[in-house]
Write a protein that binds this ligand. Structure first.
Ligand SMILES: Nc1ncnc2c1ncn2[C@@H]1O[C@H](COP(=O)(O)OP(=O)(O)OP(=O)(O)O)[C@@H](O)[C@H]1O
Length: 553
């Protein structure tokens, strides 16, 4: 574990293990409590009880079509459940139902959570949700400046990770040593005194889980917690969740995409398919078709002609990024030529986003690199206005997904408006020429819902005019992929672009990336899942970042 390596001596190691063991016990429960709970956990107490009900949005009458039909779901103590289903709103809606945001008819006698009712606890404050699928509604749906973390952090953004973790549970009871233990288990300890805003995508996700655990709900719902985590942090998180779930403080219920590995401690599954939810022991329910997202034909062998390959789009030599004593990128060398396919990989926090933000010009330190060491499109970065760069680099990333405006009402961006912002790399409505509309229609024909939706065709007529903000998170990801592709930029950066998409959408998107790009377009594909790379791996160049050091293979 990195933290231990940093803290050197074996004595420190032993002390930290002891501290760790004590803290985790406290976090979960003390030993006596654990024993009591073990016998309690075989007591077969009912945790969730929905004998049979239709589920409606509040305000909808019983004759409206239900969100879930004939839902029968019982969870008993000692069971470990996961909700599995394709991207779309269904898994999230099921979790929202558990939060009390839906109406059940008939309503379960004794409430949905009998164990809470018997304690007199309020389900609203005892069940909490951390969702990783969609941006929380903030700022009225306005664009969020995601570049703030690259520069000098403003005073109002200085809240540290430690403060962010503590601010939420000060009334709760978790104490400083519990925070330290959780931070260690989630590999966040060395980040505790950094501003929360500077954390990487994966670090932020782990921090949000820690914050929710420290609030000590009775039940913690996690919506797709594995998305965006690197290969080492996934088992670390699921192992921790297992240990905590076994203590019952809190009980944990997570939703997973069909392509996520189902942790072996999960005993039961609720499989969501449209309005139907099948619930039962893992072995029975997992008889549902296992979706192989990557089974979409053989991979194309990508090759470029030598004349195209002469054109250097990005030239980096000895590129460094530092924030005071933190050295994030270390003497990086990287040349991207026209037509090349790259897979950029590396653990959470290794510097991928930072590296890409130099290329997009979003990072202030892109100006401070020596001109001879850092050229974009054959020019020193300083000579290229950021607006020009925005047209030359088509990009989709978790940062843009989170930042993209999601207003509803008269100023809402439609699907077409959202795709069109990609021509200039902006975030607000721009009038379109007929030629632009043709290009958007071409993309919609290739990547739009007729290729992946199960809705009848006539219901899809108006899809491109729907508000972007009203789409499911998988649909939003696909629209933002179209936004990155619409301008046929010479360089396309696709960072975790399949997050939230279901297997059909991924299959369509992969086929497009294999077959439909212009030969001279270069693509950098960032993913923690090697299987997602659309091209034959042997013909895809790899840049691996490890703690800021780049290795090319
Ligand atoms: N302003 C800052 N001050 C200090 N450290 C920072 C700052 N901005 C970023 N970092 C650190 O730089 C490191 C690299 O972050 P980056 O977002 O590039 O990682 P990443 O490889 O993209 O990770 P992920 O896979 O989680 O998205 C992280 O450890 C992050 O905490």
């Amino acid at each position: 574990m990195r933290l231990w390596v940093e803290s050197a001596t074996s004595r420190t190691f032993l002390a930290s293990r002891l501290h760790h063991a004590r803290g985790l016990n406290r976090l979960c429960s003390n030993t006596a409590e654990t024993r009591t709970r073990r016998s309690y956990s075989t007591s077969n107490q009912t945790i969730l009880n929905i004998p049979k009900a239709n589920v409606y949005r509040f305000g909808d009458p019983n004759k409206a079509s239900p969100v879930f039909k004939d839902l029968e779901w019982t969870i008993r103590d000692g069971e470990s459940w996961a909700i599995v289903g394709p991207a779309g709103n269904e898994k999230t809606q099921l979790l929202e139902m558990l939060l009390g945001y839906m109406r059940l008819h008939p309503s379960p006698p004794g409430g949905m959570f009998p164990f809470l009712s018997s304690k007199g606890a309020d389900p609203h404050s005892s069940v909490s949700l951390v969702s990783f699928t969609a941006r929380r509604a903030a700022g009225g749906g306005a664009f969020v400046d995601y570049t703030a973390r690259y520069g000098a952090v403003r005073e109002e953004d200085r809240l540290t990770l430690r403060e962010a973790l503590f601010s939420d549970h000060s009334e709760g009871g978790a104490n400083a040593s519990e925070l330290e233990v959780l931070a260690e288990r989630l590999d966040l300890k060395r980040l505790l005194d950094l501003p929360f805003i500077v954390l990487s995508n994966g670090q932020t996700r782990r921090a949000r889980v820690a914050r929710a655990l420290l609030r000590r709900p009775e039940i913690l719902l996690l919506d797709e917690p594995l998305t965006g985590l690197d290969v080492n942090h996934r088992p670390k998180l699921t192992d921790l969740l297992k240990e905590i779930h076994e203590t019952g403080k809190p009980r944990i219920l997570m939703s997973l995409r069909p392509q996520d590995p189902l942790p072996n401690w999960i005993t039961h599954v609720a499989a969501v398919d449209g309005t139907r939810v099948s619930t039962g022991p893992r072995a029975l329910v997992s008889a549902m078709p296992a979706e192989n997202i990557l089974d979409n034909g053989c991979k194309q062998v990508h090759s470029t002609t030598p004349d195209i390959q002469q054109v250097e789009l990005v030239h980096m030599k000895d590129v460094n990024v530092r924030y005071h004593e933190r050295h994030i990128l270390k003497n990086v060398e990287w040349v991207i030529r026209a037509g090349e396919r790259w897979h950029l990989k590396g653990a959470n926090g290794s510097g991928k986003t930072t590296l890409l933000s130099l290329i997009t010009g979003d990072h202030p330190q892109s100006y401070t690199q020596a001109s001879s060491n850092f050229r974009l499109f054959s020019q020193p970065r300083r000579r290229l206005p950021t607006s020009t760069l925005a047209r030359k680099v088509g990009i989709a990333s978790p940062e843009i997904f989170n930042a993209f405006p999601r207003r509803l009402g008269p100023s809402a961006l439609s699907v077409k408006d959202a795709i069109a912002t990609g021509f200039e790399g902006t975030y607000s409505y721009r009038p379109r020429s007929g030629e632009m509309d043709e290009r958007i229609d071409e993309l919609l024909r290739a990547l739009g819902p007729r290729n992946w939706s199960t809705e009848p065709n006539q219901q899809l007529e108006d899809w491109s005019e729907r508000p972007f903000a009203a789409l499911s998170s998988g649909e939003q990801s696909l629209v933002l992929l179209m936004r990155a592709l619409v301008g046929r930029a010479p360089l396309v950066i696709l960072d975790e672009v399949f997050a939230g998409m279901d297997s059909r959408m991924i299959s369509v998107a992969r086929a497009y990336l294999r077959d439909k790009l212009d030969p001279e377009q270069a693509v950098v594909f960032v993913t923690h899942w090697e299987e997602e790379v659309p091209w034959n791996l042997e013909n895809t160049r790899k840049l691996t970042l490890s703690d800021g050091v780049a290795t090319i293979s």
